[in-house]
Design a protein around this ligand. Structure first.
Ligand code: BES
Ligand code: MN
Ligand code: ZN
Length: 510
């Protein structure tokens, strides 16, 4: 498949709403606002706004949409779309992102060519206007993702509108940082969409080699160095866990290594990002039931998040060194596949008894984490669609966050909150480790059903070598089963923005 090199810019203007040229002006509408809250708008709609408020056709509940014609010839927009924004007292950057995305999806659906978004930063004053600008740009961009890549019956994918953000309420002195933030949000949204495209690719097209090839394309021209180690090089590194998983497939594995080494960056600290890149997970010999197995094409979502975050990190000139490591393979039940009871030796030297070949993610990540350390990472974050158990615990809304020490985990949590990736802390108490002790080797790759996501995390911790390490289990959040007002069902792009933003917080690294 081919993908656009970049998305066009989002314009910003400080002009009054009446003089903005667009087909539709999006107006976030808070609960209990008076018609005069946006000066001139009610009159411009010939009193429609007042009528709709009185009849409670609009109340300002989140995602509610009310479309009004703008009849006043003094206004350049032809219609205004009020989008419910909830009570102003509970407005957040995250909700702003979601509203923008919902508005973007609706404008795309209506085939609107030119749309504008009224920021209303003065009313949404609980949020810094610069942060608000970034969130809105992210949301508008997330709405541009197209999922129907392989449809032949539809002419062309629906074109998203071109956007102008009307910086109403942004103080004059902050316009320049505001415009930077919009560019930043645009890029982060775009990189999230790249990750969603990769996740959406079927397993027959996105094999490990193809994942590596497309990732190389995604990061090319951005100043990043990119390598994809082949099976021989992986063998030379002694990565028995990655090679073990790959044995069941005819497709050879790859190990992607992406480096961001900005000129003048200090030698340390170095952020190491490690992503699970299983391009299809059948379960291997411990094969999965047929029902829903097609979903396992997105078992590389963590890897895609790392690749696309690296692109953003480089494009945004993060001031620290960052290393991305993505082990990628299929998990297949071929004749040479690993079997339950087999013992594998990791590159780190630790031996692993394979109890269940479907617990393959932790195997490849064990070698991946080791390699990130070997290349000099001082702080680690891994991202993986790792366990069904985290879906039981947190559902499809929240990713599980594990790690140590607490300060590192807390930082990842704060960054994720800001980036709009819901995460929640999970325990890594030593007592759970008993569950993955093996009779014959150092570790077993499963610890039974109780606390399955915790024992998976403790397995990974063994390969983090005592460095600050955080683990995001995105098994529930990488793919939406149901359409939400702000995000259609399908790949979500989870963790891209969190990983990218983390590269800008090095002053807080412990
Ligand atoms: N890729 C799956 C985890 C998964 C499950 C992702 C559901 C998305 C939705 C992972 O490789 C897996 O199969 N995990 C097993 C581990 C078990 C065998 C210990 C699981 O969670 O069932
Ligand atoms: Mn599996
Ligand atoms: Zn898996």
């Amino acid at each position: 498949m081919t993908r656009a090199a970049t998305s066009g810019p989002i314009e910003c203007t400080s002009a009054p709403a009446a003089s903005v040229e667009a087909d539709v002006l999006i107006v976030p509408w808070f609960e209990d606002e008076a018609p005069a809250a946006v000066p001139g708008l009610d009159a411009a709609t010939g009193g429609d706004l007042m009528r709709a408020l009185e009849s409670r056709e609009i109340t300002g509940r989140p995602y509610e949409v009310f479309l009004a014609r703008v009849t006043d010839p003094g206004w350049r927009v032809r219609r205004a779309a009020l989008v419910g924004a909830g009570p102003v007292a509970s407005f957040t950057g995250d909700l702003a992102r979601k509203l923008a995305s919902a508005a973007g999806l609706s404008m795309k659906l209506k085939r609107v060519a030119r749309a504008a978004f009224l920021l209303r930063a003065d009313v949404a004053s609980r949020i810094d206007p610069v942060e608000l600008g970034q969130a809105v740009a992210e949301g508008l961009t997330l709405a541009e993702f197209n999922a129907g890549t392989y449809k032949t019956s539809e002419t062309a994918p629906t074109q998203a509108p071109s956007w102008t953000i009307v910086a109403s309420g942004v103080p004059q002195g902050r316009i320049a940082p505001f415009e930077d933030a919009v560019r930043r949000g645009r890029l982060l949204g775009y990189c999230s969409n790249l990750s969603r495209e990769l996740c959406n690719e079927p397993g027959n097209s996105l094999t490990p080699r193809e994942f590596a090839r497309q990732s190389g394309e995604i990061v090319s021209g951005s100043g990043l160095s990119f390598e994809a180690l082949d099976e021989k090089e992986i063998e030379r590194l002694g990565m028995g866990l990655l090679l073990g998983v790959a044995r069941g497939s005819h497709e050879p594995p790859r190990l992607m290594v992406i480096r961001h080494e900005p000129a003048g960056a200090p030698p340390g600290p170095v952020l190491g990002l490690v992503g699970k890149g299983i391009t299809f997970d059948t379960g291997g010999i411990s094969i999965k039931p047929a029902d829903g197995m097609e979903r396992m094409k997105d078992d590389m979502a963590g890897g895609a998040a790392v690749v696309c975050a690296m692109r953003a990190i480089s494009a945004l000139n993060a001031p620290v060194r960052v290393i991305g490591v993505v082990p990628t393979t299929e998990n297949m039940p071929g004749g040479r596949a690993i079997k339950p009871g087999d013992v594998l030796t990791s590159a780190a030297g630790k031996t692993v008894e394979v109890i269940n070949t479907d617990a393959e993610g932790r195997l490849i990540l064990g070698d991946g984490l080791w390699y990130a350390r070997k290349l000099g990472a001082t702080h680690l974050v891994d991202v993986a669609t790792l366990t069904g158990s985290i879906v039981v615990a947190l559902g499809k809304i929240t990713s599980g966050l594990f790690g140590t020490p607490q300060a590192w985990v807390d930082l990842v949590r704060r960054v994720a909150d800001r980036a709009g990736d819901r995460v929640w802390p999970m325990p890594t108490f030593d007592e759970y480790f008993e569950q993955i002790k093996s009779e014959i080797a150092d570790l077993m790759n499963t610890g039974g059903r109780p606390a399955g996501s915790v024992t998976a995390a403790l397995f990974l911790k063994e390969f983090a070598g005592g460095l600050p390490w955080a683990h995001l289990d995105i098994a529930g959040t990488a793919w939406l089963e149901e359409t939400r007002p702000y995000l259609p069902k399908g790949p979500s792009g989870v963790a891209v923005r969190t990983l990218a933003e983390l590269a800008f917080t090095s002053a807080e690294w412990v």
